[in-house]
Ligand binder design. Structure first.
Ligand code: ADP
Length: 363
């Protein structure tokens, strides 16, 4: 009697090595939910730790599929790689607060595979108050991460004041295909914003539950695909959108943007407290509009000096770096040209910040 197919497939998979550890993917417990049926169909999930690049995950998944496919009696292999063992929250019913865009949903089983499982790291960019340059910094960080070769997404979660369409220069509304919202690729980044779905004025009337529903849809119903990192630009302050993100249990870290005023401490503290309370690691604080440099290289500290750095120190949070005031950054942002994708000195600043962020995520 030959051994059952499932056992032979498991044996074949146990010969596949995880290059990161040199150990068998079976003995490491990375193969989950292995099933076979009478027709020789094999299904399994490759469960990877969160901090694996999309390319490495693809390579390992392909190796596992090839090993299973080579087993005598196997007709087809269907396998997915997931970066997190925690399952995303279950999709809810169509309509009402949970579906303010009114987009028709696909059957659940397909939906489960379509959610953010392909996104390896989700980072919230937050600020205590508006106008500190949070969206500008978030967008340029995303562009700098993409320039580093990381598959990067940008989710504009600022439901009441979406700025991604302006910052990335995306004028068109998002297309919907088979009930899925198609993001747009701009400057190397996969971008989605509520401003690409509804008229921003429409969203202004939404209350808390609708904001949460809209955000849920931006995460669940958008065809994000495989991403190494997703940057989420959150609304200023701490509110429904932050809670919704935290409840999704998918945040891997938060970056807090602040200006250098003495008052920064209070702003930074609020953000740090929210994320710490909910066990979201603080990746670090960025000081924006830190100084203005004159033609002669002299620095003018228009908003005070080093307030955000001191706030980070006081709160025992890492300080990622300072971004000077660049009049060109404002101008380029208004025109939909992220300076991170140029040879302006600002690009080097964002590159360095992106490197620190990627380092913190082991990307
Ligand atoms: P927030 O998201 O915190 O409300 P924005 O990103 O919309 O802030 O930025 C507010 C304004 O400041 C925008 O006009 C933006 O172009 C400008 N800005 C942001 N950071 C800088 C900077 N480092 N230098 C110059 N202008 C900046």
């Amino acid at each position: 009697m030959p051994e059952p197919l499932a056992i032979r497939v498991r044996n074949a998979l146990s010969l596949v090595e995880n290059p990161a550890t040199g150990r068998s993917i079976v003995s490491e417990g990375l193969i989950q939910g292995l099933t076979t049926d009478d027709d020789g169909q094999v299904r399994f999930t490759l469960e990877l730790p969160g901090f694996v690049s999309a390319a490495a995950a693809d390579a390992l998944l392909n190796a596992a599929k090839a090993a299973a496919g080579a087993v005598d009696g196997v007709s087809s292999v269907s396998a997915v790689a997931t970066a997190h063992s925690a399952k995303p929250s279950a999709p809810k019913q169509t309509g009402g607060h949970d579906n303010p865009f009114g987009i028709r949903k696909k059957p659940r089983i397909e939906e489960a595979a379509d959610t953010l499982q392909g996104v390896r790291n989700i980072i919230a960019v937050a600020s205590g108050k508006g106008g500190v340059g949070k969206s500008t910094v978030a967008a340029n960080l995303a562009v700098a991460l993409a320039a580093r070769g990381l598959k990067t997404g940008f989710l504009d979660a600022d439901i009441y004041g979406p700025s991604a369409p302006t910052l990335f220069g995306v004028a068109d509304k998002a297309a919907v295909k088979d009930g899925r919202i198609m993001p747009v690729n701009a400057h190397g980044v996969t971008v989605m914003s509520i401003g690409m779905i509804v008229d921003p004025d429409q969203a202004l009337a939404w209350r808390g539950p609708m904001v949460m529903g809209a955000l849920g849809q931006l995460m669940r119903d958008v065809e994000w695909g495989a991403l190494d990192v997703m940057i989420v630009d959150t609304p200023p302050g701490t509110g429904d959108a932050h809670l919704s993100l935290i409840q999704s249990k998918r945040l891997d870290g938060a970056v807090i943007v602040s200006t250098p005023q003495e008052m920064a401490l209070a702003d930074v503290r609020r953000g740090v407290a929210l994320f710490r309370k909910t066990d979201v690691p603080i990746i670090g604080v960025i000081e924006n509009m830190a100084w203005l440099e004159s033609d002669t290289g002299e620095r003018q500290y228009l908003f005070g000096e080093g307030g955000a750095r001191r706030a980070a120190e006081k709160l025992d949070a890492p300080f990622l770096g300072a971004i000077p005031l660049y009049p060109a950054l404002r101008a380029a942002s208004d025109e939909g040209r992220p300076l991170a994708a140029s040879n302006h000195p600002a690009a080097d600043v964002f590159k360095e910040l992106a490197e620190k962020l990627a380092g913190a995520l082991s990307l």
